[in-house]
Ligand binder design. Structure first.
Ligand code: PFF
Length: 452
């Protein structure tokens, strides 16, 4: 096994930034606000926070650690680490492979909307605070089949090109400099949003929980979001962990990524909800929420067009880091297991996503009436991946680490690599992974799907 030739992150800081780049993306700016809005606000936020702390963080540590021990793609890693005769665990890797394609099918579409909004921002056509006008502009874009497919392919072409360059020259180089600027723009948006008259209502929607709205389906959605946000349950963090250097402090990296990711989501929430109420938008608007409210906030400030354009450019860039990590799961599997050259693996992956992406791209227009279980292709892919595949993958990863791989592996790894590691941290994470997380996920999953 030519492990020394394997590509990887060139520094611990680069790895931290790339991992953060995977977590931060459309999930913070698009999915978090729309789900919070359509699931009742603060009660959802509380459940999401609990899920992130008690399940997300320990699973993230476990995944990164598995990857670094195995130093292989998501499928091969389980094969390598499982005891003899238990190769079946590699099904977790294949589930991740499938989840990556499904997520990419709709994620690339939303990213495409963001790209299109850059040009709409420049042209001034979305400079409005009127919910009706904003709704028409969004509707025109998403219901137009050619525009939807075109923008999706712009995203796929661009990210496919970057991923073909590999880990250090592609992923690490691109994600490195972008986060601080996005952060600054979000803070600017928050300030404007909070100074709108009527902002208070939005803040109480976001921060004053009404637990009557927290149903089992809402809890499942919050758990699914926790997985989606931190890119867990599908081998993404495992694959990134396999590129970590020996001295990377995994628990500290995971904790930093979690905190930074949460802050970006909260900033997005604070930028959006006061404006939703101040301008009379509908908090439960769903996927269109961000595309209507963000332009409204910018429109209400001086120099709005410039900031609005910058915001969509940065959101597009933030989506790149997340997309690269989504692509890396299948690309690594195809190139390492099937010995495809990296470029070939990238092309094959993009081709598969392109196929799955067609129904997702058309589901707000031409194929809006084509539904399975009452869901359009877009919603079905989202539900299947976030609410089923990721939590299920999470349970299996926890069972694997907690009951098959065991505590000795992580402890030995920490000691061998010379990382000053707090035994208590590792033991606490292990306890959560062995007992708390799999049980909690199982109960939420069965309950949320009404199977229990
Ligand atoms: N975490 C990304 C976001 O919140 O936008 C989305 C994502 C990336 C999910 C990578 C899953 C994944 F493997």
């Amino acid at each position: 096994m030519a492990q020394s030739n394997r590509d990887g992150f060139t520094s611990t800081f680069g790895a931290l930034v790339a991992t953060l780049g995977s977590a931060v993306g459309l999930g913070n700016i698009w999915k978090f606000p729309s789900l919070t809005g359509s699931n009742g606000g603060a009660g959802f936020l509380v459940v999401y926070l609990l899920a992130t702390l008690l399940v997300g963080l320990p699973v993230m540590i476990a995944e990164c650690m598995l990857g670094r021990s195995a130093r292989a793609d998501a499928v091969t890693s389980f094969e390598r680490l499982a005891p003899k005769g238990q190769g079946g665990w590699k099904v977790i890797g294949w589930m991740g492979f499938a989840a990556a394609l499904l997520i990419m099918a709709f994620y690339s579409e939303v990213a495409g909307w963001v790209y299109a909004y850059i040009f709409k921002a420049i042209s001034g056509s979305i400079a409005t605070t009127d919910p009706k006008v904003a709704g028409v502009a969004f509707g025109e874009l998403v219901s137009n089949p050619w525009a939807s497919l075109f923008w999706q392919w712009v995203v796929l072409g661009l990210t496919g090109f970057i991923i073909a360059f590999g880990v250090s020259k592609g992923i690490e180089a691109v994600t490195r400099r972008l986060m601080p600027v996005l952060f600054a723009l979000l803070i600017l948006l928050c300030i404007r949003s909070l100074t709108l008259s009527g902002a208070g209502q939005g803040l109480s929607f976001l921060f004053m929980p009404d637990f009557a709205k927290v149903t089992p389906a809402v809890i499942l959605t919050a758990l699914g979001l926790a997985f989606f946000k931190l890119s867990l349950g599908m081998g993404t963090m495992l694959t990134y962990g396999s590129y970590f250097r020996p001295e990377q402090n995994i628990p500290a990296t995971a904790a930093r990524v979690m905190l930074a990711d949460l802050s970006v989501s909260l900033l997005a929430g604070i930028a959006i909800f006061p404006a939703v109420f101040a301008f009379g938008f509908e908090p439960a608007a769903g996927p269109s929420l961000v595309f209507m409210t963000i332009p409204a906030v910018f429109t209400s400030m001086p120099g709005g067009v410039i900031f609005m354009t910058a915001f969509f450019v940065l959101t597009a860039i933030a989506s790149v880091g997340a997309i690269l990590s989504l692509l890396e799961v299948p690309v690594a599997v195809l190139s390492e297991r099937f010995h495809l050259p990296r470029k070939g693996a990238a092309i094959a992956t993009i081709g598969l996503i392109g196929l799955l992406g067609v129904p997702a791209a058309l589901s707000q227009g031409t194929m809006a009436e084509v539904k399975l279980f009452g869901l359009t292709a877009f919603d079905l892919f989202d539900f299947l991946s976030s609410n089923i595949l990721l939590p299920l993958g999470g349970i299996l990863i926890c069972l694997f680490v907690g009951w098959v791989y065991g505590l000795a592996g992580p402890e030995r790894q920490m000691a061998e690599t010379g990382t000053p590691m707090n035994r208590l941290t590792i033991r606490t994470a292990f306890f959560l992974v062995r007992y708390v997380a799999p049980l909690a996920i199982a109960v939420v999953l069965l309950n949320g799907l009404k199977l229990f």
